[in-house]
Design a protein around this ligand. Structure first.
Ligand SMILES: C[S@@+](CC[C@H](N)C(=O)[O-])C[C@H]1O[C@@H](n2cnc3c(N)ncnc32)[C@H](O)[C@@H]1O
Length: 512
């Protein structure tokens, strides 16, 4: 419907609609553009209602050529402010939950166009009973256009905003988004944190180099100076500090490596929305009573998903995190709508052994995970078991010469042996110079996480002994395994007994 009458009557009608929308709480936003006033740099103004200290206010983002300025007005004086500004603009657009009004002015006349609003989004939160709307992503931000950001992604921010308000924030907030993809959340979050004056340094970590290039370009064009993108596997990105760790729908075990990095670096907040749960599914061994249920593929998938996410949540709990698991968005946006949100407890001192035992019990019941016992001791105490494993793994399987395998270091090293019931299945040794070596798992027990349990025991021992660091020489094929435990590559590859190796170091082994 288009009406054309005198300029002032049209303006009056527009202002009345604005005031009415505020009063009936149907106001969504308003944009005044083609500014003709005295402020040379001013391009347009975007108005929204936001909550400040529990009170709704009219917030205006003044967009200038080189900077944005936000001013807030009480709702009582909003009409006066808008009336004065509207008189200086050639175009105005009002969006309410029901309609869109567009006012266009030229020298001769004004046009007021009214249409039904189909674009008002649901990415707004209800504030108690007053239904005043608050947006977490500014709909006019430059990055929305190239990214094509959706409300489903912006939905994550309210949950994070609530969690952030409960943690102690440092002067610079270091955030890493693992598996950042096209950067939807990375950008939205950076924008949000910047507007909250939290001095964010945000890094998106992504395997796909094209996406990394694209996102970096958009970040540069948006003048987001503290937002960058790292191309590589989540395992290879090892920051020194991390306050907020995010992994949104990162594939396969990328979520788990990200959680590990978050826990290891004592992140204040860890948030992930898991995606695939393929890792545990082949390892599921249903207890007899559950077999009728899990014979159906869909149920086995759901069981693997629940087990995976339960273990993730329990691990976070065990390592001192207040952990919640919930649905963050309606199913119509994405079926992958589960979020694990964890914030570090201030009173955390040591891993909760009761929770770790719960995880172990779950693994024993639901997976082909053996029940393990780990012991450490001298060569005299453990040589029988350690020799048997190393003989099988290094001498027989890898054809390492016996004179290279056995050396005088065994006498002075601390040895570790993993037992399944009474059978020794894995071993490692720790030298006085903090070097871990001779890590071996029997072939029959590989792929079940035994090596990881063994290495965690060695690291825990080193922590107790207050060793300053740990080093090891990894066979190149096992590099990713050690990276996931926090070890970083040092120097170039080299050959040892004809097998390619690489030096690796765990610099920080203070208690998690
Ligand atoms: C489903 S997308 C999610 C992207 C983004 N977080 C989002 O929600 O819009 C998963 C992304 O994780 C990346 N990815 C998967 N495994 C990764 C790994 N090991 N290291 C880094 N990125 C990984 C993929 O390339 C992909 O872009």
């Amino acid at each position: 419907m288009t009406v054309s009458v005198s300029s002032s009557a049209q303006e009056q009608q527009f202002l009345q609609a604005f005031q009415q929308a505020l009063e009936s709480q149907s106001f969504d936003r308003m944009i005044l553009s083609q500014y003709q006033g005295e402020l040379e740099q001013l391009e347009k103004m975007t108005f929204r209602v936001v909550m400040l200290q529990g009170q709704p206010v009219l917030s205006c983002l003044y967009r200038h050529k080189t900077q944005d300025v936000t001013k807030n007005y009480s709702l009582d004086t909003a009409l006066d402010t808008v009336t004065a500004l509207l008189a200086q603009c050639k175009q105005a657009n009002l969006m309410t939950t029901e309609q869109e009004l567009q006012l266009k002015k030229n020298k001769k006349k004004a046009m007021l166009t009214q249409s039904k609003n189909k674009t008002v989004t649901k990415a707004v939160e209800q504030q108690g009973h007053d239904r005043v709307k608050q947006r977490f992503v500014d709909q006019d931000s430059y990055f929305l256009q190239p990214l094509g950001i959706t409300d489903a992604k912006a939905h994550i921010i309210p949950s994070m905003a609530r969690a952030l308000s409960h943690i102690q924030l440092p002067e610079q907030l270091r955030v890493v988004d693992f598996g950042s993809g096209k950067g939807y959340l990375t950008f939205a979050l950076y924008d949000y944190l910047l507007k909250q004056d939290l001095n964010p340094f945000v890094t998106g970590v992504e395997l796909n180099s094209k996406m990394v290039e694209f996102c970096q370009e958009v970040a540069n064009k948006s003048d987001f100076q503290q937002l960058d993108f790292f191309q590589g596997d989540v395992r290879t990105y090892q920051p020194e500090r991390l306050d907020v760790m995010i992994a949104l729908h990162a594939c396969d075990v990328a979520t788990d490596f990200a959680i590990h990095t978050g826990i290891r670096l004592n992140a204040e907040m860890i948030m992930c929305a898991p995606c695939c749960h393929k890792e545990l599914r082949p390892q599921l061994k249903a207890p007899l009573v559950l077999q009728p249920m899990l014979q159906f593929g869909i149920h086995a998938g759901q069981q693997a998903e629940m087990l995976t996410d339960t273990i993730r949540a329990l691990l976070l709990k065990a390592y001192g995190y207040e952990t919640k698991v919930f649905e963050f968005v309606a199913l119509e946006h994405t079926s992958k709508n589960k979020m694990i949100l964890a914030t570090k407890r201030k009173d955390y001192q040591a891993p909760d052994v009761a929770v770790l035992a719960q995880i172990q019990a779950l693994k024993e019941m639901e997976m082909k995970m053996p029940s393990l016992r780990i012991t450490h001791g001298t060569w005299e105490e453990l040589q029988h078991a350690a020799k048997m494993i190393r003989e099988q793994v290094f001498i027989q399987e890898q054809n390492i010469a016996a004179e290279d395998e056995w050396d005088e270091q065994d006498e002075i090293a601390v040895h570790f042996v993993v037992y399944e019931q009474d059978q020794a299945i894995a071993t490692a040794r720790l030298l006085q110079n903090h070097s871990i070596g001779r890590v071996a798992v029997l072939k029959s027990h590989r792929g079940l996480g035994v090596g990881k349990v063994l290495m965690q025991a060695v690291i825990a021992y080193a922590q107790q002994q207050q060793r300053p660091f740990l080093v090891l020489s990894s066979q190149v094929h096992a590099q990713a395994f050690y990276q996931a435990l926090g070890f970083m590559q040092e120097g170039e590859e080299y050959l040892d007994c004809g097998i390619p190796h690489i030096h690796m170091r765990l610099s920080s082994i203070k208690k998690p």
